[in-house]
Design a protein around this ligand. Structure first.
Ligand SMILES: [Zn+2]
Length: 436
């Protein structure tokens, strides 16, 4: 159900200056994330640029002014909608840089199998795993996929996410990959969120190509990629580089062709084993290298010298029973680090605040680094740093109001939801506040 915006009432300014203006004021802590425009590395990855008793003023979709409440009020004394955020934390909308939200069916029954200690190949042999989701998704209509996807995106928004990267990869046939990518766009429009689409035809080798990986790679980098590019359905192209999936050489070939077709490269790298994913991500100057649970020292150095953003996905380490990526080592080496949910059929987790907390407890990030990883650095990981990830004049008015006494609680609280309101492009799209 669409959140009802009318519960938020103007707290001041009986004569609104226009319905298109918004003033959030008296935030106990306003996290602006203002600073240099590049991804934040090393010490800068801890800088949140906090303003006490802070205010944000927006007109239409964009932020116009940010500062202390007294300064902003002096410049912009009234607004169409004023929200008093006294005692609250106000920060940029969260950016989830890695999700797979469009699929049919579920993998709920596999949890019992996991709890019995079955391996991934044993689960696959029982008819589970990614290929189960592929078969279900191929049977589903585009409309049903978009409708279910929109529900998931809205759930993400209810936890504070306002911009989402979303991958295909459960179709694995040209028509089905196009269907999933169109459903991604439609789900974003229904949910009212910014969605950055990624073509992931190289997610797994589908059953009809069993034993013929090279033939499937030729299909992905040929017909499939051409169709995706011709319909302008994706901004990025991704490859799952790992044992049993695709090789670093496969990725190099696919991503070179993708770049020629106008898609930016990114890579699922070194999740299950060190398969050279990070090294090839650096070689091709990918925008991001994601997972990195088993990245080699050589891979870390390559990421640091190439500026590729490392995307950590601790919730999927949890649900796949894998070791957590060493975020501390990546930050120390000077790699820009982002964090995402990896929402997918095997890891049903919509909550970026949970990912932030897990990144603190299991990836070795400080709470401040984890907040930067979920905002500014996540925006860089999906090429949206010009619009989102911080609160400064000119950026989109994507703002969260959190019922927390301090931002430190973002790393501390596990699994609840402190979101009180979510503003997307200047409009309240989620309102969890109780009517007085
Ligand atoms: Zn993934």
């Amino acid at each position: 159900m669409r959140p009802r915006a009318h519960k938020v009432r103007p707290t001041r300014g009986e004569v609104p200056s226009g319905p298109e203006s918004l003033l959030i004021l008296h935030a106990a802590e306003l996290l602006t994330l203002q600073g240099p425009s590049g991804p934040r590395i090393r010490e800068a990855a801890n800088e949140l640029a906090v303003i006490e008793d802070g205010a944000v003023y927006a007109e239409g979709e964009r932020i116009v002014d940010v500062g202390t409440t007294s300064d902003v009020l002096a410049r912009h004394p009234r607004a169409g909608l004023q929200i008093d955020a006294a005692g609250r934390v106000v920060m940029p909308g969260l950016v989830d840089p890695h999700t797979h939200p469009i699929f049919a069916g579920s993998r709920a029954r596999e949890v019992e199998w996991k709890s019995q200690g079955l391996s991934y190949s044993e689960i696959t042999a029982r008819g589970g795993g990614i290929l189960h989701t592929v078969l279900e998704t191929r049977k589903a209509s585009e409309e049903d996929l978009a409708r279910e996807g929109a529900k998931r995106l809205r759930a993400m928004a209810s936890f504070g996410t306002t911009t989402i990267e979303a991958k295909s990869g459960y179709g694995l046939r040209t028509e089905d990959e196009l269907k999933v990518l169109r459903a991604i766009g439609q789900a974003g429009r229904i949910a009212g969120l910014d969605v950055v689409p990624t073509f992931l035809g190289a997610h797994a080798v589908p059953p009809e190509f069993e034993g013929r990986r090279a033939d499937y790679v030729a299909l992905v980098e040929g017909t499939m990629l051409e169709a995706v590019a011709a319909h302008r359905l994706a901004a990025f192209c991704d490859v799952f580089v790992d044992e049993g999936y695709f090789s670093a050489d496969d990725a190099l070939g696919i991503l070179k062709k993708a770049r020629q077709a106008g898609l930016r490269p990114r890579i699922h790298a070194d999740e299950l084993s060190d398969a050279g994913g990070a090294v090839v991500a650096a070689k091709i100057k990918a925008t991001s290298a994601d997972h990195l649970n088993h990245v080699s020292p050589e891979g870390v150095d390559a990421l640091a010298s190439s500026g590729v953003v490392a995307v950590l996905l601790p919730a999927s380490s949890l649900s796949s029973h894998l070791p957590f990526a060493d975020g501390r080592r990546l930050v120390a080496a000077g790699v820009p680090v982002a964090v995402g949910t990896d929402f997918n059929a095997n890891n049903w987790s919509e909550s970026m605040p949970l990912a932030v907390a897990l990144a603190c407890h299991h990836n070795g990030l400080t709470p401040a680094e984890a907040v930067v990883a979920a905002t500014m650095n996540a925006a860089h990981a999906i090429g949206r740093e010009g619009d989102v990830g911080c609160l400064e004049p000119g950026k989109q008015a994507d703002v969260l109001i959190l019922d927390l006494p301090s931002w430190h609680h973002l790393g501390y609280r596990l699994g609840g939801n402190a979101v009180e309101a979510v503003v997307k492009k200047g409009r309240v799209i989620v309102d969890h506040r109780r009517a007085p």
